[in-house]
Design a protein around this ligand. Structure first.
Ligand SMILES: Cc1cc2nc3c(=O)[nH]c(=O)nc-3n(C[C@H](O)[C@H](O)[C@H](O)COP(=O)(O)O)c2cc1C
Length: 194
């Protein structure tokens, strides 16, 4: 049930490529957040927000898309970024989403669900911690890393062994919601000094 006290979390699908696995993980994770409770979720798919891939002038479509994305990010108290690892880092779509918005991330927590092959998303996540510091976001210590995730989910998009990530997921959500509530309260009494 939604109440004004609920923490508003945006779960962001970072991968935009055709045939991507990201939505399977995002759908499972949003169900897990619903079970956790006390949270309103906005599932943001970056594939629905086309952005320029460099800081050249946007056209009408990409400018409107960036503004709509910034508004949705702005409404959130915190974020979970579902990010794959590409060539030992994070996707260009994620970088564009940060570069073209900036302010809505400020003084808010970002937690990560990383995934990939042998890297399991760890390098994407660690690189993103540096990037998010620059837009004044705080990154949550606990992160979920899924190696070869297509072997971890069944055809219904359910984890085959949910117990393997249960404690990790709970710790991530405990830390994310703690930061989100703490920073929301702090900003209500004292504007963040950016
Ligand atoms: C261009 C490209 C580069 C990749 N590089 C890595 C890598 O460096 N490390 C890794 O663990 N997995 C790597 N992978 C595997 C992806 O992380 C994996 O396929 C993942 O499912 C991609 O997410 P997506 O399907 O949601 O786009 C790469 C995949 C692609 C397409």
């Amino acid at each position: 049930m939604s109440t004004p006290d609920n923490t508003r979390i945006a779960v962001i699908i970072g991968s935009v490529r055709k045939g991507r696995f990201g939505p399977v993980i995002a759908n499972w994770f949003t169900d897990r957040v619903r079970e956790y409770g006390g949270v309103d979720i906005d599932l943001i798919d970056l594939a629905e927000h086309p952005l320029p891939t460099s800081l050249t002038e946007p056209d009408e479509t990409t400018a409107a898309s960036a503004a709509a994305l910034a508004e949705r990010l702005g409404a959130a108290d915190g974020f979970v970024l579902i990010t794959p690892e590409y060539n030992h880092s994070y996707p260009a779509s994620v970088k564009a989403a940060i570069d073209w918005t900036g302010v809505p991330w400020q003084a808010k927590p970002v937690a990560f669900v990383g995934y990939g092959g042998h890297g399991g998303g760890a390098r994407a996540v660690e690189h993103l911690r540096c990037v998010f510091a620059e837009v004044h976001a705080v990154t949550v210590r606990e992160a979920l890393m899924l190696r070869f995730p297509w072997t971890l989910f069944d055809e219904q998009g359910q984890l085959v062994r949910p117990d393997a990530v249960e404690a990790n997921t709970k710790d991530l959500l405990d830390q994310l919601t703690w930061w989100a509530a703490a920073l929301r309260e702090a900003k209500a009494t004292r504007p963040y000094a950016a």
